[in-house]
Design a protein around this ligand. Structure first.
Ligand code: DLL
Length: 433
């Protein structure tokens, strides 16, 4: 097995928890002394830094939400003077005002180390050629993986996203072995390979690290087949770090959290009570080493499950299952809760090539409507009306029974839906307009 920092990644849990507890206590003192909004929140519930000694004490602390970051926009939650901040990133801000995050030199170093661990955990080393095709800029994907690849000593190829034919040319000419991009961009590239007669045999690719958006096991199978690689999941969010808060290992059975830097919890999003290990709920993180923006009990809104069993790779770091979705993108259709990932899973289970789709939700005469706009896959003959009708009815039936509420499938012309180079937009909820 390939590790970047074996002593931490395989540490006995008791040792790891001791380290977490001492870092947590120090961190709480740091934020109490340096971040006015934290001091106010802790004072409000009557908790003092000296009350926090063990991981169990975490439960005494108030939560932090995106709203706190918005209320203190742009730099009001920073725990160090701006003279110590050397980089900022920001979220895309598609829902409300964007949130700004900051890093000190030590923060950038620990991020690079987490990203180096991620690349090593999928088998990468300084012999690899790592093409970073996440967007560079305020989005954390590009620069986050870039610093990790360099730290590992790999040949780092800062491709950024876009210019898709050129991406394929780089795979070939620069002998890329590991690629980092969103899973939906990988699907667009596979489609482009088919159209341009480019074969995966022309590449030296062996692995891909895909994240920044939800994707299903069915999508994984499609990417592995299309690029001839092993496809690994990576998770992160700008508020906590960026990519590499957690990443899969070669066993592909959950993403190992960098627990020496971030303590994960699972809570019930309604009661806010911590849930027992192995239960699905909202993921919450506490940063125990970051300096500039050390968020405490940050509610991610992502729905996930933590697995504490030791992994076959030898790592003892807790694994998180693929996020099921976000509490804020769960659709409520006629009173039934539906996650977009359930629709994708049923659709790709029916036809693994049906990767270009858009879920449209609307309200007509006070009734919710749910439609799936799906591009006619290339194996279906557009001229064969009977075949098209059968395909559409079958898709409709399979997805409806998987999600428990009726969905109408509309087959649309090939190439009529927008392609993604970053995070794909899979849902249009017209009820919100
Ligand atoms: O997406 C950081 C990142 C970049 C992660 C590159 C992985 C790779 P944000 O733009 O702040 O940061 O978006 C964070 O994206 O709360 C999840 O809802 C979602 N997300 C990220 N990774 C995954 C994943 C980056 N592997 C939000 N599976 C998070 C499902 C993911 N959702």
């Amino acid at each position: 097995m390939n590790y970047y920092k074996k002593e931490i990644e395989t540490a006995p849990r008791a040792e790891l928890e001791e380290l977490q507890a001492s870092r947590l206590a120090k961190q709480i003192r740091h934020v109490y002394d340096n971040v006015a909004p934290y001091r106010a929140k802790m004072d409000e519930v009557g908790v003092k830094p000296e009350d926090i000694k063990t991981i169990a004490d975490l439960a005494k602390l108030p939560f932090t939400t995106k709203q706190d970051l918005r209320d203190n926009y742009p730099y009001g939650m920073f725990a160090v003077p701006l003279s110590k901040v050397i980089r900022i990133h920001a979220s895309s801000g598609t829902t409300g005002k964007q949130t700004v995050v900051g890093y000190t030199q030590a923060d950038i170093d620990l991020w690079a180390e987490c990203a180096a661990r991620s690349i090593a955990s999928v088998g990468g080393s300084n012999d690899d050629f790592v093409q970073v095709s996440y967007g560079y800029g305020l989005f954390t994907g590009g620069l986050g993986m870039h610093y990790g690849a360099e730290k590992l000593g790999a040949v780092t190829i800062p491709a950024s996203s876009g210019n898709s034919l050129r991406q394929l040319e780089m795979f070939k000419d620069f002998k890329t072995t590991i690629v980092c991009m969103t899973p939906s961009y990988a699907i667009s590239l596979i489609e482009l390979m088919k159209e341009s007669g480019i074969s995966k045999e022309e590449f030296k690719l062996k692995a891909g690290i895909f994240g920044a958006e939800p994707w299903t096991e069915e999508m994984r199978a499609e990417i592995e087949k299309g690029l001839g690689i092993k496809a690994y999941d990576i998770y992160g969010l700008s508020e906590i770090l960026g990519p590499s808060v957690s990443c899969e290992c070669e066993k592909q059975c959950g993403m190992h959290v960098c627990e020496d830097h971030f303590i994960p919890e699972i809570i019930d999003p309604d009661t806010l009570e911590p849930l027992p290990a192995g239960t699905q709920g909202e993921l919450v993180f506490t940063c125990i080493t970051k300096e500039a923006l050390p968020l405490i009990r940050y509610r991610t809104r992502d729905i996930a499950t933590l697995i504490y069993d030791k992994c076959d790779c030898g790592r003892t770091l807790v694994r998180m299952k693929k996020p099921q979705g976000r509490t804020d993108d769960m659709l409520i259709i006629k009173g039934v809760n539906v996650f977009p990932s359930q629709i994708e899973s049923a659709l790709l289970g029916f036809d693994s090539t049906a990767t270009n789709y858009l879920i449209v939700v609307d309200r007509v005469n006070n009734f919710d409507t749910l439609e799936l706009h799906l591009e006619i896959p290339s194996h279906i003959d557009i001229e064969e009306r009977g075949e098209i009708k059968n395909y559409k009815n079958k898709a409709q039936e399979i997805i409806t029974s998987a999600i428990g509420v009726g969905i109408k499938v509309n087959l649309v012309e090939p190439k009529s839906l927008a392609r993604s180079m970053g995070k794909a937009v899979r849902v249009e909820d017209r009820r919100k307009k």
